[in-house]
Design a protein around this ligand. Structure first.
Ligand code: ZN
Ligand code: ZN
Ligand code: FE
Length: 758
């Protein structure tokens, strides 16, 4: 007999890992114990060397999909005389585990059951087990057990109770355990004035969908609007009713094979699609996918995801076609999640609602991921991730709440050696979004049993997230510069304290000088930063209006590059715009009237994109920048000229020579794809040149590439390649590079700035 202590790090709490280990040990005749510890799970196992070897092999296998083992460490311990294998309670081991785990996609066992005619859960949309199912979205309080979930009103039948009580069962202590006898039930409401359907709700919804209807479907964290993804007229109807012009819709497909028929999928992308968090994954659509243009009117990039609830599996099984699944909301308001609210708000949008009587306690939008230049990157960290712990390399000295920024708002609470992101709140532009932020903060505080009295916020005084911070009494407020926070988020992701050379490229962020920054080279630690270089500012005539009327940015670039006398007649872009409007914008720029300066690299992408694509307007944030990235001709390796003005402090990247060269190319009818490639290459080369220059000055610091612009794969890959010392380039993966990831950096900076004080 031998004894081994096996310490496992990774996602092993709240996923049914301990009961699974218990069943495995029993089956293999291993004795000992398993318990949660602050960072994962510890197993003490006793048996013959050969059996223990097999046991560890099984632990490392893929049998429990929702678990992700990052590290497994084995040490030998003295043999103990035991006759059983036990699960030690968390209390006994003195460790308080995070009370509520995140929601998990339906596991393979449960999927098999709901599709198996002979199983008692055949066709049952609320099937779950300890390895899968709702958690965060049904929890109403702590500790996490059935009484504190929206399942409290459903009494388990004898069969379910027996599963729940049996430590050898897959449903041992599965809090939302249910079956058709005792659990929640589906119903189908018609909103189009037609008679309610008599058939089973799922079959009824499937029938409506196959006839081109828009059906709202209640999911884990909110309602989706669904329609047949192959039916162009249905998708167009959905766009019109939802007031969504051109932004791509996400599509749900039944299987990986079905996904492959619609998009090109690499091994990394497949892993992301199959992850237990089941994010929507942005992929390049296939030419022969057979999807109508309405799904994604003007970019090949669109979201795909696999079903993550039994309801999704059953619905797809019934309709046998891919479904558009988009958050049920109007424009950018928070996603609908209550039955009555959905009936009211979705009237005129959905023809019917497939709903049920298990309430959603906390709304939680879908997460979004994308493989960017070889790195799987979470771009929206929400359903499936909330409230998963994010471990910090260095603990914070006190709990901190960080309120995030403005667009794609997500907040974060850091305490001890762990940070917790809240759900995706969305763009903080409406009262509804503000209320959601307030409610979600309260809730995460409750779950974590903490009420931080340090609150970090963006420096922008007008952001609703800043105003929210200021509504809280008796707290210490710490304003954090936007790009410093971006860099700190990335440092946290890599577990380093700095200093680093941060390269933060995004659309906008409030600077210390009260202007808009966004092309920043920052010498950074958590406590402080120094601004080493930036981009030459662009005047945004009309302020925020210029983000939609991107021709204004294009014009501003021309105006600057040609000293006020640009050759506008030679450019197709400005043909779309009246000469009166151009004159007006010219005046605003020259007189500096409502034409604030902005240094965001994202604005350069908007402006160059507008000029080269001849597109005057953008209907959603970043639309032109994305289209501009997608068309770049990969075989073009030369670039446009640029200058770096080292007489200024900070240094300034000057792209006026690039503007003039692009205008020359466009006049000579050079394809937009070549112009795009040369522009991208110019930004890559300018970045690399600055990094080398700053390295010469400051030493070879790690280079931290962060900010929403780094969702642009060409740029990320190009810069990585140009910077010879590649292992010194840090990129995002778990934490979004865009403003959805900024709260983590805010929290750590606030803690570092306060040091031992307060
Ligand atoms: Zn399951
Ligand atoms: Zn039951
Ligand atoms: Fe930003």
């Amino acid at each position: 007999m031998a004894g081994h202590r096996i310490e496992i790090r990774g996602t092993v709490q709240g996923v049914g890992f301990r009961p699974w280990v218990y069943r495995l040990a029993r089956r293999m005749g291993v004795v000992g114990r398993v318990r949660n510890d602050p960072r994962g799970v510890t197993i003490e196992a006793f048996g013959s060397q050969a059996i223990l070897g097999l046991f560890v092999k099984e632990l490392q296998g893929d049998a429990l999909h929702a678990a992700q083992i990052v590290e497994l460490r084995e040490t030998t311990i003295p043999d103990e005389e035991l006759d059983a294998f036990l699960i030690e309670s968390s209390a006994a081991s003195g460790h308080r585990a995070l009370s509520i785990p995140p929601d998990l996609a339906t596991c393979e066992d449960c999927t098999r059951e709901v599709l198996d005619r002979h199983d008692r859960r055949f066709g049952y949309a609320f099937t779950n087990c300890t390895a899968c199912g709702p958690r965060f979205t049904i929890a109403t309080g702590i500790p996490y057990d059935r009484a504190a979930t929206t399942m409290s009103g459903f009494a388990m039948c004898a069969a379910c109770q027996a599963e729940y009580d049996d430590v050898g069962d897959r449903r041992f202590h599965a809090q939302p355990n249910a079956c058709p006898e005792c659990g929640p039930a589906l119903s189908l409401d018609r909103l189009d004035g037609q008679a309610p359907s008599k058939v089973n709700p799922l079959a009824g919804a499937a029938e409506l969908l196959s006839r081109g209807a828009v059906v709202a479907v209640k999911g884990l964290g909110g309602f989706h609007l669904a329609c047949d993804a192959r039916d162009g007229a249905a998708v167009r109807r959905l766009r019109e009713r939802k007031h969504r012009d051109e932004k791509p819709f996400a599509v749900m497909v039944a299987s990986l094979d079905a996904a492959q028929a619609l998009a090109k999928i690499s091994a990394d992308e497949e892993a992301l699609l199959r992850a237990a968090e089941r994010p929507v994954v942005l992929l390049r659509g296939r030419q022969d996918a057979g999807l109508p243009v309405e799904v994604s009117p003007e970019t090949k990039l669109f979201g795909l995801f696999l079903p993550y609830t039994p309801l999704h599996h059953l619905l797809l099984d019934a309709v046998k076609r891919p479904l558009v699944m988009t958050s049920a909301n109007v424009s950018d308001e928070p996603i609908c999640y209550e039955n009555d609210e959905a009936r009211q708000r979705l009237e005129g949008i959905a023809d019917a609602i497939l709903l049920h009587d298990r309430e959603i306690a906390m709304r939680c939008d879908d997460s979004v991921g994308r493989v960017i230049a070889g790195v799987p990157t979470i771009m929206r960290r929400s359903r499936g991730f909330v409230p998963k712990p994010f471990y910090l390399a260095r603990p914070v000295a006190r709990p901190v709440l960080a309120c995030g920024a403005h667009l794609k708002n997500t907040f974060c609470i850091a305490m001890g050696d762990t940070a917790y992101f809240g759900p995706h709140i969305g763009d903080l532009e409406t009262v509804a979004a503000f209320d959601f932020l307030e409610e979600a903060v309260e809730r995460l505080q409750t779950i974590l049993e903490v009420r931080p009295d340090v609150i970090a916020h963006d420096l922008h005084p007008g952001y609703l997230s800043t105003r929210y911070a200021k509504t809280r009494d008796d707290v210490t407020l710490v304003g954090v510069q936007h790009h410093h926070a971006h860099v700190a988020s990335l440092m946290a992701e890599h577990g380093i304290q700095g200093p680093v050379l941060g390269v933060a490229y995004d659309g906008t962020g409030f600077g210390e000088d009260e202007t808009s920054w966004g092309g920043e080279f920052l010498h950074c630690s958590l406590e402080r930063y120094e601004r080493m270089a930036t981009f030459r500012p662009i005047r945004l005539a009309g302020g925020d209006l210029a983000m939609r009327e991107v021709w204004r940015i294009g014009y501003a670039l021309l105006h600057d590059a040609y000293d006020g006398a640009p050759p506008i007649d030679s450019l197709s872009l400005l043909g779309e715009v009246s000469s009166k409007s151009i004159e007006l914008v010219k005046n605003m720029i020259e007189r500096e009237l409502n034409a604030p300066q902005a240094r965001g690299v994202g604005r350069y992408f908007d402006g160059f994109g507008a000029l080269a694509l001849g597109r005057a307007r953008s209907t959603y944030e970043g639309q032109v920048a994305i289209a501009w990235d997608q068309i770049a001709n990969e075989s073009v390796s030369d670039s446009y000229p640029f200058e770096i003005d080292r007489a200024r402090i900070p240094w300034e990247v000057d792209l006026r020579p690039a503007v003039r060269a692009a205008v020359h190319d466009l006049g000579a009818a050079v394809p937009a794809g070549d112009v795009s490639a040369r522009f991208h290459n110019a930004v890559v080369e300018a970045t690399a040149e600055l990094v080398e220059a700053l390295w010469a000055d400051q030493g070879d610091l790690p280079v931290a590439l962060t900010g929403g612009v780094f969702q642009n794969a060409w740029l990320a890959a190009g810069i990585e390649k140009q910077i010879i010392n590649k292992n010194r380039v840090l990129r995002h993966s778990e934490v979004p590079p865009n403003d959805g990831g900024i709260a983590l950096g805010q929290a750590l900076i606030a803690d570092a700035v306060l040091g031992d004080k307060g």
